[in-house]
Design a protein around this ligand. Sequence first.
Ligand code: TXA
Ligand code: MG
Length: 357
Amino acid sequence: MAKLIDASEAADDISIQEAATALMAGELVVFPTETVYGLGAIVSNEDALRHIYRAKGRPSDNPLIIHVSDEEMFFQYAKDSEAASILINHFCPGPLTLVVPARDSLSRVITAGLDTVAIRIPCHPLAQDLIRATGEAIAAPSANRSGRPSATRASDAFEDLENDIAYCIDGGPSEVGLESTIVDLSVEPFQILRPGYYTAETLNLVFKRLGKYPKFQVVEAPIQEMAKQQGPKAPGMKYRHYAPETEVLIIEGSSLEKRISDFSKKCADLDPSDSIAAFVSSELASQLEARGLLDSVELIQFSSPVDASHRLFAVLRDFDQPNTRRILVESLDGDTIEIAYMNRLRKAASSKQEALK
Ligand code: TXA
Ligand code: MG
């Protein structure tokens, strides 16, 4: 039976020690990070690693990422890399994952047979405490069943994984709310495999400041190329991700007026008895309200792109009720966190059929 360690207990060393002991004994533990919750197993226990794939229902060719406490621990698992060192020194601990050549000693259950490994140094204090308490890296994909939105609250992870875990540590709602930026440093130029809090532009600024650019250069992975790849290099391209059961439609338009008409168009084919849920900016909400378009809509408003990103996955889960006919979510324009938000939203909105291709 899984034990939920609540937020007040989680700050206590004894609870972290208990969870660390369970990890070292080969059990699975859900823990908070600043991006989303992780489903953790100790990297040295292959049975525990395989249990992660089973618990998530994750295909065995989709590799796991590992979490370490600092740069020194990073290079116990990764081969030396100047670019990785530079990025770690500027952005870690934080919401950034680096794909680098793996040391031979690392289990190929983690890498799904690849020669590279994805490593991250989380900045959430409870994640840091847990890694330090075990003294080794913790493999942890997002703590959701495969295909469901990632868990940004302990209760979401608990709901998906209760029967497979020893502990679920509650650290409150995840601060960023979207998974880390993944940069592949094993190719040239370096590629963003999954957009997140840090953009290519931000990462390149550091290389420029150090005079390393364009030798070290990060580019967006060309979507077409990602789609064509056979292997699991491009997270989310091969497997269905982030999608609730209820249909999700995106409200788009270059002006407020266009968004209003897109909203009403996307409700037009429904019966008055069908229940609709919407996640839109407060700006759009007040206009829709004024035109009487929200009368039978379950509404959640966001105040900024950062707020929208922070809450997207939780809102998708909360809206995903059997009686909800359609979920409408407003798009965001912009070239920072908006890129990551739109990446996740488009996946949630793509039909099951399309995403499984
Ligand atoms: O923010 C995050 O990254 C969260 C928290 C828990 O740290 N973790 C997370 O893990 O999002 P996951 O497994 O849901 O997503 C990691 C992605 C996977 O889609 C996988 O395909 C990709 O990273 N990945 C892992 N190893 C890789 C590798 N060697 N090369 C390319 N992609 C890799
Ligand atoms: Mg995931």
